[in-house]
Structure formats: C-alpha cells, structure tokens
Design a protein around this ligand. Structure first.
Ligand code: 5GP
Length: 205
C-alpha cells in the first residue's frame, strides 16, 4: 500500500514551517525531509547538512548548470533549491518526501509532478506572524521587513495549493497534516488497478 510521493509545505516566514515539520518527523518514520541547498548564511543554531547544505553562490550556480536541482528560487535575497537525486531515490523507495519550500518552488513542482501534495501553512493572525519573525531574533530589521512584506505576496498563491493548515498550536497543525496524508494515501489515483489487485492478487497495492 505504501507509495511514495512529494509533500510540499509552504507558508510565509514565521508561519512555523520548521517547527511543524520537525514535530511531524518526530511522530512519523515514513516521512523523509529533503534538506535544501542555500546560499544564505547559517543562523547560529544551524548545522550544515541538517538544516541546509550551505553553499556559495558559485557552487549553487554550478548545480543549476548541471541540472542537479528539482526546483530552485531566489527568496529574500538568497538562492534556495531542492536536490533532485536524493528526492527521486526516496520516492522510489516508497517514502513520503517533505519539501519545505517557498511558493515559487512549489509552482515549479506543480507543473512537473501531478501527484505531489501541496499544503500552505498559515499563521493564526498577521500580528502573530510579525511577532514570530521579530521574536526569532536571528534577522536584521531590514530582513524582518522583507520577510513580512513577502508574506503578503506569498498569500496571493494560497489558491494554488491543495490544503491549508493553520498553525496556532503546533500539535493541532501536525494532526491536520497527518489527516491529509491519511486521505492522500487512500486516493484511488495513487493505486494501480484496485479491483484487479483485490481479485487476482488478493491484496490492494
Ligand atoms: P529561511 O531562510 O527562513 O530558512 O527560508 C526562507 C524561505 O526559503 C522559506 O520560505 C523556505 O521555505 C524557502 N526555502 C527553503 N528551502 C527551499 C528550497 O529548496 N526551494 C525553495 N524554492 N524555497 C526554499
């Protein structure tokens, strides 16, 4: 029954994508996080190879040239991209691969992969969003303003997504995502011929 697929999670800076994905991964072992590549500077608590693969602009551009990225985008003055080979290998193994990416990247994936699932994470209010970005304390004031104004632009794209989840309480947001995954696993189009499998093979694959 286990078929791999791409689970795309987007949402403005401060919506809590990182926290929610981490909590989700702690509860499930059938979800693999795709570590992105970025040219942004690491934050003090970030580890290379865990949060991101931190690269120079030249290294990143080389990867684009070599077609090593599934999608990439220029977000808040830095490049971010998804490594292609890793994602394909994991999907092939039947895993759900979680991509925590911005709307531009999500739109690129949507064009190429019809079976990907798209979730937009929302803050409970815009005031709360601003508060979370400021309280994180890792960005300069200019960065905070860029991220907050980008949030308004990103919200224009919520209609391109399959589902929205409100991150008021992390636990509830994680439960909502788990419900989405459960429903997606039962989508008829994700399975080969159900009748044939049940009758001839004796089980639904
Ligand atoms: P941050 O700098 O806060 O870690 O991330 C900034 C934005 O870049 C977030 O919206 C995050 O989802 C997005 N992002 C992270 N990795 C990728 C990626 O591989 N591709 C794209 N398109 N966006 C990404």
């Amino acid at each position: 029954m286990s078929k791999g697929f791409l689970l795309v999670l987007s949402g403005p800076s401060g919506s809590g994508k990182g926290t929610v994905s981490q909590a989700l991964m702690e509860r499930r072992n059938d979800i693999i996080f795709s570590t992105s590549i970025t040219t942004r500077q690491p934050r003090p608590n970030e580890v290379d190879g865990e949060n991101y693969f931190f690269k120079t602009k030249e290294e990143f551009e080389k990867m684009v040239e070599n077609d090593e990225l599934l999608e990439y985008a220029y977000v808040h003055t830095n490049y971010y991209g998804t490594p292609k080979e890793f994602v394909f290998n994991e999907i092939e193994k039947g895993e759900i691969v979680l991509l925590e990416i911005d709307v531009q990247g999500a739109l690129q994936i949507k064009k190429k992969y019809k079976k990907a699932v798209f979730i937009f994470l929302l803050p409970p209010t815009m005031e709360e969003l601003k508060k979370r970005i400021v309280n994180r304390g890792t960005e300069t004031e200019a960065d905070i303003n860029t991220r907050f104004s980008n949030a308004f632009k990103e919200l224009d794209f919520v209609g391109e997504y399959d589902y929205f989840v409100v991150n008021d309480r992390v636990e509830q947001a994680v439960k909502d995502i788990e419900n989405i995954i459960a429903a997606e696993r039962l989508r008829v189009k994700r399975h080969d011929d159900i009748k044939k499998n049940l009758i001839e093979e004796g089980e639904i694959r």
